[in-house]
Design a protein around this ligand. Structure first.
Ligand code: PEP
Ligand code: MN
Length: 359
């Protein structure tokens, strides 16, 4: 099925919602959850994992092809198109012949260009919509490359799903969002609608709303949220699934903001943006002056044959500058990354001064 989300977003309620269980577990389970989701908050698509890419081999790896008609029938019963994850050509063939409407690629598949190509080849010539989750590692071009493989195969109805990036024992997220990557994807491929999957980013129920709200504030087109009638008893991803009632509550709590600035606010925003541009100019002028001084220090170091990096001094600079973070109402992480960037640029200038022939 072609969703044509790019042109039809207005047809769907914003946010475009994909709901349903992490895994299809039984015929009754998927039918029951489909009915109760559709009573609570009609989504645009019903999701259900048939083949589950689990980290450990002794986990539940999905019911397999036997579950495809269960998912398709549940969708038909409530009048919602269905989607499942495919990871190879066999999955594609089985899903398409069972009547699955939309396919998605999981993060562990996007990471592998061989698998993406195999899937692109398998669906070539169809009109189906394909949703591609980001790769598990924060590599924008791997994500872009997956879309390009589909486009080359003539599949143009593509949707991106941001599900965060793997991380070891993070206190807050199961997969860190690295929002700058989906933002960069919007710049790189503006034609591809972007959906957020707060379930896999947060990994826990109480984190879903914050992630979903952030995605809405960044103007994402929609959300994919794992929904189960009895989340604690789910066969996969139990901690992050919510009931259809909780889904309704979450959707009602979301604040949806306008995507563009209204007529009456334009003058004010333009003025503020002008002030910001002036401050940026001043910051850059100061940077220029700062680098001039760094070059003078470079001249001295060359004369006296002293290394560029002076670790003890650099440690002191960081300590002193970061101590001001609170007073400046700036985060330590932000100040640290600004300092690191300035330091790198200083080193580049001194390297040029001290080694005139070197690039
Ligand atoms: C899923 O959606 O259940 C899933 C396995 O997701 P991901 O590929 O994001 O890990
Ligand atoms: Mn899951």
């Amino acid at each position: 099925m072609k969703l044509d989300l790019q042109n039809n977003l207005k047809k769907y309620r914003r946010p475009f919602l994909i709901a349903g269980p992490c895994s299809v577990e039984s015929e009754d389970q998927v039918m029951a959850v489909a009915k109760s989701i559709s009573e609570q908050h009609q989504p645009a698509l019903l999701r259900g994992g048939i083949w589950k890419p689990r980290t450990r081999p002794d986990s539940f790896e999905g019911v397999g092809a036997i579950g495809l008609p269960w998912l398709v029938n549940a969708g038909k019963e409530v009048g919602i198109p269905v989607t499942t994850e495919v990871a190879n050509a066999k999955h594609v063939e089985a899903a398409l012949s069972a009547g699955v409407d939309v396919l998605w690629l999981g993060a562990r598949t996007t990471v592998n260009p061989f698998a993406v190509q195999e899937i692109a080849d398998a669906i070539q010539g169809t009109e189906i919509t394909v949703m591609v989750k980001n790769p598990i590692n924060p590599d924008l071009m791997l994500w872009v490359g997956a879309f390009e493989r589909f486009q080359k195969a003539g599949i143009n109805d593509l949707v991106a799903i941001h599900r965060g990036f793997s991380v070891y024992k993070h206190p807050k997220y199961r997969n860190v969002p690295n929002w700058e990557i989906p933002i960069a994807l919007m710049e790189e491929m503006p034609e591809i609608p972007l959906i957020c999957d707060p379930s896999h980013i947060s990994g826990r129920r109480d984190g879903l709303l914050n992630v979903a709200q952030k995605a809405m504030d960044l103007n994402f087109a929609g959300l994919m949220i794992e929904t189960h009638s009895n989340p604690d008893k789910a066969w996969s991803d139990a901690q992050q699934q919510i009931t259809p009632e909780q889904l309704k509550l979450l959707m009602n709590q979301l604040i949806l903001r306008k995507a563009s600035i209204q007529e009456e606010g334009i003058d004010f925003i333009e003025l503020q943006r002008k002030k910001i541009a002036e401050i940026d100019d001043q910051l850059f002028e100061l940077m220029k002056q700062r680098m001039q001084i760094a070059r003078e220090v470079g001249d001295y170091k060359r004369e006296k044959n002293i290394t560029i990096l002076q670790t003890e001094h650099w440690k002191k600079v960081i300590e002193q500058r970061l101590a001001k973070a609170e007073e400046l109402e700036l985060s330590i992480d932000f100040l640290r990354s600004v300092l690191d960037a300035i330091h790198q640029e200083s080193i580049r200038h001194q390297t040029k001064v001290m080694n005139p022939g070197m690039r």
